[in-house]
Design a binder for this molecule. Structure first.
Ligand code: AP5
Length: 206
C-alpha cells in the first residue's frame, strides 16, 4: 500500500500517518522528520536546508526530492505512508515516475484552526511523540507520557512562520491536489474534527 497524506501545516498529517502505520504495519515517511534529522546531525545537507526550514520554505527541492526518494528506495520500496511529500508539482511528478500511489488523502482543515494546532504542538525530544497543549495535553507539564523525555516546540512553529508556511502551501502544494485529482486518486476528508473521527474516515477509504 502506497499512500500520500496531504494538506496544510497542522492538518494532522503526522498524527494520522502514525495511526495508519500502527494499524497496517507500514513505514511512516515524513519528509519534515527526515530533513530535521539532517539539520540536527549537522550534515552538510542539513546546514544547507536549515535556513529554509526555519522560514517554512521549500528550499532546494531537487536535492530534497532525491533525499526522500533514496530514503524510500532504501527502507520501504513496496509500501509506505508519505507525510509532507510531495509538496510541489515537481515532487509529485518525480514520485509518480517510480511509485504508483493508490490514494492521496487530503486533510482539509479551516485556516483559523491551523494556527491553534501549530502553536499548541509540543514534541518529545527523545521519542518524537506529539502532544497538543489543549487538544491532547501530557499528564505532566512539559514531560512525555511515553518516555519522560522533555517536550519541546519546533523552531518553525511560531505564529509568524505559520503564516508563511500557509502561503507557501497555497502556492506550491495546492497544485499537487489537482495533480492527484486528475489521476483519480485524491480523497478529500474534513479534518476539522477529532483525530479518531478522521481516522475512521481514512479507514473507510483504504
Ligand atoms: P513538515 O514537518 O512536513 O511540516 P508541515 O507540512 O507544515 O506539517 P506539520 O508537521 O506542521 O503538521 P501535520 O499536518 O503533520 O500536523 P500534526 O499531526 O503534527 O515540514 C516542515 C518544513 O520542512 C517545511 O516547512 C519545509 O521547510 C521542509 N519540508 C518538509 N517536507 C518538504 C518537502 N517535501 N520539500 C521541501 N521542503 C520540505 O498536528 C499538529 C498539532 O495538532 C499536534 O499538536 C496534534 O496533536 C494536533 N492535532 C492533530 N490532529 C488534530 C485534530 N484532528 N484535532 C485537534 N488537534 C489535532
Amino acid at each position: 500500500m502506497k499512500l500520500v497524506l496531504i494538506g496544510p501545516p497542522g492538518c494532522g498529517k503526522g498524527t494520522q500517518s502514525g495511526l495508519l502505520c500502527k494499524k497496517f504495519g507500514l513505514p511512516h515517511i515524513s519528509s519534515g522528520n527526515i530533513l530535521r534529522a539532517e539539520v540536527q546531525a549537522g550534515t552538510p545537507f542539513g546546514k544547507k536546508i536549515k535556513k529554509y526550514m526555519d522560514r517554512g520554505e521549500i528550499g532546494p527541492q531537487e536535492l530534497i526530492t532525491k533525499a526522500v526518494l533514496e530514503h524510500i528506495d532504501k527502507n520501504c520500496p513496496s509500501g509506505f505512508v508519505l507525510d509532507g511529500f510531495p509538496r510541489t508539482l515537481y515532487q509529485a511528478e518525480t514520485l509518480h515516475g517510480t511509485h504508483n500511489i493508490v490514494a492521496a488523502i487530503y486533510l482539509n482543515v479551516a485556516e483559523k484552526e491551523i494556527l491553534k494546532r501549530i502553536t499548541g504542538r509540543r514534541t518529545c525530544s527523545k521519542c518524537g511523540r506529539v502532544f497538543h497543549l489543549d487538544y491532547s495535553p501530557p499528564k505532566k507539564n512539559g514531560i512525555c507520557d511515553s518516555c519522560e523525555g522533555e517536550l519541546v516546540q519546533r523552531d518553525d512553529d511560531t505564529a509568524e512562520t505559520v503564516k508563511n508556511r500557509v502561503q507557501i502551501y497555497k502556492k506550491e502544494t495546492m497544485p499537487v491536489l489537482d495533480f492527484y485529482r486528475t489521476l483519480g486518486v485524491l480523497k478529500e476528508i474534513n479534518a476539522n474534527v477529532a483525530p479518531d473521527v478522521i481516522f475512521q474516515e481514512i479507514l473507510n477509504i483504504v
